[in-house]
Design a binder for this molecule. Structure first.
Ligand code: FAD
Ligand code: UDP
Length: 372
């Protein structure tokens, strides 16, 4: 077989590139070692009809009009604002930590004072990373920072990553800032919605182009010698591609435990985080996300973080910290030496991308290779 592009990985990165290249007449072969399309965004129905995200709950949100418009070609949407609670001192309170959280945990007098100080210091609507708040000199704001750090971030981050918040790039905890507002949504992006028929249906439409061939249950190594191609796009782990030449890049993994309940609803919001107790970090009730309110039963997903071991579990999260970035840069140098081979995606770029960022990156790469 001869194609113009061989794309390794059928997740958001690979599917976007395949669709774009096919649309300009290129012949594309997409291979994935899993037995399904969609990468980590893959979803499927259980026997009793609940739509489940096999690799953990995925909520779509973006500020990019371009990305939203692009994906809208392949799906209708169901508006959905994700809400998260964190259990702090035995009480379920809104997360991100906002002015509403302040009121839920402190007396009116204390909450009034802290609210006034936060607004005066940062302005209403500000998003303050916890590690930045911790540098405050004002004793009241310091008190608040320590409180939020201890009750929301420290234990959760230790569970999720196996290290303390300071040992990671500040961008990690910065994803969930202290919000100087009464917005109790987990995300504040301009576009927040779930694909109406799920992610897999969206991917099926993306990959339906006649110029795209799909080969599942096939590792890139197996097809490398069998298929002729002009260019290769690799969205798997970049360190694996180079045979771990500079040593493995660290990843964090998870395992998921599903729990079925014969009640219509189990919890008030989509996700409840447990920063301070239990070995799991959070519990998500899929029905909130997918809108299957009509079902009489429900399914929960418990997330248990664990070390990544090649061949045993999945490399879900790149670990953003300086020493890993340095090692990644060595691989990037190798990548630059290869003509007609491109790396992209959460694993190919070793970047903690959300789905929309993976799509944005793929659209940009398409522009570069199609017109460059
Ligand atoms: P992937 O989806 O990982 O796809 C890569 C594909 O390449 C995989 O299918 C893999 O099997 C295949 N592959 C790798 N190596 C090879 C090989 N050698 N041969 C053949 N195939 C190979 N993002 C959000 O926006 N919102 C969320 O709520 C959200 N929640 C998440 C929750 C969890 C638990 C995780 C892990 C991620 C979450 N994400 C979320 C991030 C989202 O999953 C990623 O942004 C997105 O999947 C990245 O797409 P990708 O195509 O780059 O990578
Ligand atoms: N985080 C935390 N406590 C929480 C929620 C998040 O400490 O209750 C930190 C933690 O380090 C986590 C990071 O913020 O890994 C990013 O959280 P997010 O919910 O964005 O993680 P993801 O959904 O990508 O797993």
């Amino acid at each position: 077989m001869k194609v113009d592009y061989l794309i390794v990985g059928a997740g958001f990165t690979g599917a976007t590139l395949a669709e774009r290249l096919a649309s300009i007449g290129k012949r594309v072969l997409v291979v994935d070692r899993r037995d399904h399309i969609g990468g980590n965004a893959y979803d499927e129905h259980t026997e009793d009809g609940i739509l489940v995200h096999r690799y953990g709950p995925h909520i779509f949100h973006t500020n990019s009009k371009k990305v939203f418009a692009y994906l809208s070609r392949f799906t209708e949407w169901r508006p959905y604002f994700h809400r998260v609670q964190a259990v702090v001192e035995g009480k379920a309170v809104p997360l991100p930590f906002s002015l509403a959280t302040l009121r839920a945990l402190f007396s009116e007098r204390v909450a009034d004072k802290l609210e006034e100080k936060l607004i005066a210091r940062y302005g209403y609507g500000a998003r303050v990373p916890i590690l930045k708040l911790k540098e405050e000199e004002d004793p009241d704001l310091r008190f608040l920072a320590e409180y939020v750090y201890r009750n929301v971030f420290e234990g959760y981050t230790l569970k999720q990553w196996g290290v303390r918040p300071e040992e990671l790039s500040p961008s990690v905890t910065g994803r969930v800032p202290v919000l100087v507002s009464y917005d109790t949504r987990y995300f504040q992006d301009a576009y927040q919605a779930m694909p109406k028929e799920g992610y897999t249906a969206l991917f099926r439409r993306m990959l339906a182009h006649p110029n795209i061939k799909l080969l599942l249950k096939a590792d890139w190594k197996e097809v490398e010698g069998e298929v002729r191609f002009d260019r290769l796009i690799f969205t798997g782990p970049i360190d694996e591609f180079f045979g771990y030449l500079y040593g493995p890049l660290p990843y964090r993994s998870l395992h998921f435990r599903l729990e079925r309940h014969s009640v219509a609803w189990f919890q008030e919001v989509g996700t409840v985080n447990y920063p301070n107790e239990y070995p799991y970090t959070r519990v998500t009730e899929f029905k909130h996300l997918t809108g299957q309110a009509y079902l009489p039963h429900t399914l929960l997903c418990y997330e248990y973080p664990e070390a990544y071991e090649s061949g045993r579990n999945e490399p879900y999260y790149p670990v953003p910290k300086e020493e890993n970035e340095e090692r990644y840069r060595l691989y990037l140098e190798e990548a630059r030496k290869l003509k007609e081979v491109y790396f992209a995606g959460r694993l190919g770029d070793y970047r903690y991308y959300n789905m929309d960022q993976a799509v944005a990156r793929a659209l940009k790469l398409f522009e570069e290779i199609a017109h460059g």
